[in-house]
Ligand binder design. Structure first.
Ligand SMILES: [Cu+2]
Length: 146
C-alpha cells in the first residue's frame, strides 16, 4: 500500500514536470516564430535597386518569408515586375529550386518557401523589369532542425 501511494505521487510529479517542459517549449516556439529578427540588404543592378528583406535565422524545412522591394533610379517603386529566386548551395548542386514571388503592392514582392538542407545557401533574385533580368545574389544561413 505504501509502495503504491509512493508510486502514484512519483508519477504525478513526473507528469507535472512534462507539462511544464511542454509549456516552456510552446513559449520558446512562439518567441521564435513571432519575433524573428530580420535583415535588409540592398543591391543596385542596371538602375534597379533590389532591397532584400530576410530572416536573420531560418531553420531547415521551416517556412521562411522574403520580401523584396524594387525601386528605379529615381527611387520610385517598380510595379509589374516578374520576380523569382534561384536557390542553391555553393558547396553542392541542389537541383532546380526557383520559387516565384507574388506582388503585394508598393514595389514589394513576397516569397515564401522552405530550405531543404541546413548550411549556407545563395539566393539569387531575378527581377524581370521591362524584359530585362536584373540579378542580385544574397547569402542565407540555414540552421539545422531544432
Ligand atoms: Cu545541400
Amino acid at each position: 500500500m505504501i509502495l503504491s501511494i509512493f508510486s502514484v505521487a512519483h508519477h504525478a510529479s513526473r507528469f507535472t514536470f512534462h507539462i511544464a517542459r511542454f509549456a516552456l517549449a510552446i513559449l520558446l516556439l512562439a518567441a521564435c516564430t513571432g519575433q524573428a529578427a530580420r535583415v535588409t540588404q540592398k543591391q543596385t543592378v542596371d538602375g534597379v535597386t533590389i532591397a532584400f528583406d530576410q530572416p536573420q535565422q531560418v531553420s531547415v524545412l521551416q517556412e521562411y518569408e522574403f520580401v523584396l522591394t524594387l525601386t528605379d533610379a529615381a527611387g520610385q517603386p517598380i510595379e509589374g515586375a516578374t520576380v523569382f529566386l534561384d536557390q542553391d548551395m555553393p558547396s553542392m548542386p541542389m537541383g532546380t529550386n526557383q520559387p516565384v514571388a507574388e506582388s503585394i503592392g508598393g514595389g514589394r514582392y513576397r516569397i515564401r518557401g522552405v530550405f531543404t538542407m541546413d548550411g549556407e545557401w545563395h539566393v539569387t533574385v531575378h527581377a524581370i523589369v521591362a524584359g530585362n533580368d536584373h540579378r542580385a545574389t544574397f547569402a542565407q544561413q540555414v540552421a539545422p532542425a531544432s
